[in-house]
Ligand binder design. Sequence first.
Ligand code: BES
Ligand code: ZN
Ligand code: ZN
Length: 463
Amino acid sequence: MITLRAVSTGLAEGRAPLKVVWVKEGALLPQGEALDARLAGLLRRALEGAGLKAGESLLLYTEEGPVLLFGRGEDDRESGGRLAQALLKLAFPEALVEPLEDAYALAEGLFLGAYRFDRLKTKREEKALTLLLPGVSEALLERARRVAEGVYLARDLVNEPPNLLTPEVLAERALELRAFGVEVEVLDEKAIAELGMGAFLAVAQGSENPPRFIRLRYAPEGARARLDLVGKGLTFDSGGYSLKPTEGMATMKGDMAGAAAVLGAFKAAALLGLPVELRGYIAACENLVSGRAYRVGDVLKTLSGKTVEVMNTDAEGRLTLADALAYAEREGAERILELSTLTGAAVVALGEEVAALFATEPSWGEKVREAAQGAGEKVWPMPLEEAYREKLKSPVADLKNVGDRNGGAITAALFLAEFVRVPLVHLDIAGPAFARKAHALGPEGGTGFGVRTALKVAEALAG
Ligand code: BES
Ligand code: ZN
Ligand code: ZN
């Protein structure tokens, strides 16, 4: 647990069990300089030859009390994240932290870096850490805290194991957002069938755990724009009869990271009171193997009316999303931002840190790209290459659900684009949604990728 508080006294004069001073290439920032002056240059002398790199630290016991010299990197958010992780390992309950140039990014980084997922451990250490930030506004800290609440929710949902977070439980988690003023409706199997979501139901039919379709609406008075969010909600993806190898299945509890980002964005938007109407759609189910599971060769009727031949049961996300996207459009979406852990091919193309961005309309794509950049989330534009559309031709149905191995992230995106006419941005977050090891902004596991971008997009639309 981490608490951030704004204080008016500077780093040099303030009192706390620990003071944190930033260092880069041996140089201090102004408040650090002021403290160093009080200490007659002790900090500088300690730094000489120490060659402190980003994330490295030096703890000094001075006559002004303990001082932690901490190496900052290029990115203020990441510096904050690294500092929070380091402080949680030390025994100080409270520290005065010198602000960085981008105080907001620092605050967000401190919150994100302090995230832990230990609710399933029987022995867990409850550590409370309070950080005091001199000269920073309370409003800025409160904003960072609300954004982080959204990211924490998304991370928790991704980290929860698939035996505990079934489609029904995911829907219950969505319903909890009612407490924050979000309208939430959950459709059961029968309602999903009556609507005609044949593709979504086919993916879901192999599991004993029934699917749920989740609709969210956040409509504050005076909303200045509308944004529709769609998230992939596979609470577990075994691949189905096109079964994944064991290693490939290891992170598939996280195949609902798109849905988690949508829920996180709703929570934060409501906490922040963003003046934008948000709608959200999640088709939640599991992709399993059983005597009732869908097969390779099945032909499905989607909500849009188009038929799809299943040529690989592991390309299930696009089937669930086809129906969710068509539903969003039917509900009057003007523009859609869709997030999904859709393809391994996106990870091959861009690695584990960068999401692939596909847009059916350039200006909408550019808006999302700019928002992601502003939010500190890495995305890169990819082409919706028309020439590859023929890879999705089926001899028996309107479309098949896979192309060949080449350009797999692109054919997946082209498939989604078949189901909507309004401007669509598809973010393939298969890489950055799940961290295989600890990183600057958090531990291994769910990253909450997409929450901050979705919020920034909403803000940009509000103008
Ligand atoms: N959920 C996976 C994609 C994925 C892979 C997410 C790795 C995160 C990490 C998706 O449902 C899938 O299995 N896609 C297939 C598509 C293929 C069969 C065309 C893939 O990427 O292999
Ligand atoms: Zn799959
Ligand atoms: Zn999947």
